[in-house]
Design a protein around this ligand. Sequence first.
Ligand code: GLN
Length: 304
Amino acid sequence: MKQLLDRIIEENRYLTELGKVADYIPALSTANPDDIGVCYIDEKNNLYKSGAYNTKFTIQSISKILTLTLAIMDNGLDRVFEKVGVEGTDEPFNSFVKLDSPNVTKPANPMINAGAIVVTSLIKGDSSNRFQRILDFIRLVTDNDSIGYSEEVYLSEKTTGSRNRAMAYLMSNKGILDGDVEDILDTYFKQCSIEIDVVDLAKIGKFISEGCKGLELSDVSKKELTILLKGILLTSGMYDYSGRYAIEVGIPTKSGVSGGLMGVVPGNRGIGIYSPSLDIHGNSIAGLGIIKSLSKELNLNIFN
Ligand code: GLN
């Protein structure tokens, strides 16, 4: 397996030159496009890693699936989906063009920024302990208490986040977002700045694949939650590339703009990938090549 990962990294390395490291958050622009890391955890908990598996990077949008889990545990499914939809979208992750139409009452799904900001607002707690709860939850799922956040990325995003700020104020004006907008944004920026590595990502994938094992919920609720998380990942985890991705790769996956990919592999397995050069959709360009190769070589496509 280790040799397979080494080979797949090398076969896809050329792709990094076809993409670009994100720079709209200035602190992300210093990432090294040559860093590529992969981790695969199998059903027996064997952990295989290759490349830059030690490199830390910020979780960014991959946090959205975990904040969604927390918000559902706090409020139940019905209350959460009153405020955010479950439909895929052909708009980019940071778009909010449709939100201002009179007949649109909620963001399309919880994986685009607008939807994720609403989800963060639904997590119980005041502004300081809401972030602490998110951090504790990520530490629990990854079994890694050393996880923290990058103050530099958080401040960089906070000072340049006009687009996220604009969509949050629009949602507040329309009554979609309740509470103090700056407080909610602050938590959102911080959750995106949590630092992880590919091993942590593979553990998140395995956690969801195992039916959210360990959460204090009934078996029925855990089953319902897991089906929902996998469905949302498959239909909107890769933003406006999710449809093609579902066919070509067939693994419920979430991407983040710092170059992470977290894959929920059926049969209690998980994948974590890092490569910061991105394609036009904001997904890791070599990461996509790597997970496509893994899906083919290990026969992981859920539609197969
Ligand atoms: N923090 C990023 C933002 O809000 C998250 C986006 C992403 O990872 N795609 O723009």
